[in-house]
Design a protein around this ligand. Structure first.
Ligand code: FES
Length: 87
């Protein structure tokens, strides 16, 4: 598992294996936008402020994945212990 800090909301949620960041975020931010929830529509794209995302969407190109300014939180994961998102 890893932690996701929602910088604007001022909350931290734990993402357990087998659940998505989106699911965890929803517990404190019920209005977070999503649509396909499979990584191809881009609706859930969220700015990453800190941490190392693992990208699993089909939107970002290789360069964007490297820079990791944003991620699709319906499918992505985390390679560090903590991610900070602009939510
Ligand atoms: Fe479609 Fe995340 S909800 S990419």
């Amino acid at each position: 598992s890893f932690e996701v800090e929602l910088a604007r909301t001022g909350a931290t949620v734990t993402v357990e294996p087998g659940t998505s960041i989106l699911d965890a975020v929803r517990t404190v931010c019920p209005d977070v936008l999503s649509s396909c929830e499979e990584g191809f529509c881009g609706t859930c794209e969220t700015k990453v402020l800190a941490g190392k995302p693992i990208h699993a969407d089909s939107i970002l190109n290789e360069r964007e994945r490297e820079v990791s300014a944003s991620m699709m939180i319906c499918v992505g994961g985390c390679a560090s212990r903590r991610l900070v998102l602009d939510l």
